[in-house]
Design a protein around this ligand. Structure first.
Ligand code: GRF
Length: 214
């Protein structure tokens, strides 16, 4: 089974969704390490509950990003990680990590990229007056929220939505699509051609409104 490393900084609800997918037999990965740059991250407790090894590397102990990423790579390699999921990881990653895991680092973003990159994507969508937003799983490259897109799910915005209500519905979509994207990657079913990602073999079933066009 593919050994999975999860990098996070906060609450860890996506980690929880990933671990539940593994327990339900929807994700053929062995969670090998959960690494946080923040000692207080809620995701560490979730990892502990599931018996997943954890490690904290405080980025403030490193003079620059590359040095921090070298330490992250060392930790992932020591855990024999083969696939890396960023799940609410609040650091920009560098070539150190990407070169160590080429085409094997994924991220989840709470908007339909390329719209609303960066922090507070749900608030950005509301303030912009968008009618539809959503969530995106993509390969990571050296630019923020930029690499080739693997899966997206749409979320309509209601007139009376608050940032909290919208965030909750976007999160439900995140939790649905991230394990599916990881499963496809773990099984080597994703081909990257420039910016376009194609899925080899049968398309996974997704709940509406994430259904595929025939
Ligand atoms: C999610 O909204 C994710 O899309 C973004 O950060 C948030 C992390 O939430 N990158 P959680 O820690 O997984 O609950």
């Amino acid at each position: 089974m593919t050994r999975l490393g999860v990098l996070l900084s906060g609450r860890g609800s996506n980690l929880d969704a990933i671990l539940r997918a593994k327990d339900d037999g929807r994700l053929d990965c062995e969670p090998a390490l959960v690494l946080s740059n923040r000692p207080q991250a809620g995701g560490l407790a979730i990892a502990r509950q599931h018996g997943v090894p954890i490690q904290v590397l405080d980025h403030r102990a490193y003079a620059e990003r590359q040095a921090f990423d070298r330490a992250v790579v060392d930790a992932l390699r020591a855990a024999r990680v083969e696939l890396v999921a960023l799940a609410g990881f609040d650091r920009l990653v560098t070539s150190q990590l990407l070169a160590a895991f080429p085409e094997r680092v994924l991220n989840i973003h709470p908007a339909l990229l390329p719209a609303f990159k960066g922090l507070h994507a749900q608030r950005q969508a509301l303030e912009y007056g968008a009618r539809i937003t959503g969530a995106t799983v993509h390969f990571v490259d050296e630019h923020m929220d930029h690499g080739p897109i693997i899966l997206q799910g749409a979320v309509p915005i209601a007139p009376d939505d608050s940032e909290d209500s919208l965030t909750a519905r976007v999160l439900a979509v995140e939790h649905a699509i991230y394990p599916v994207a990881l499963q496809l990657c773990a099984h080597g079913r994703l081909r990257i051609d420039g910016r376009r990602v194609t899925i080899q073999g049968p398309l996974p079933s997704l709940p509406p409104p994430m259904a595929w066009l025939p």
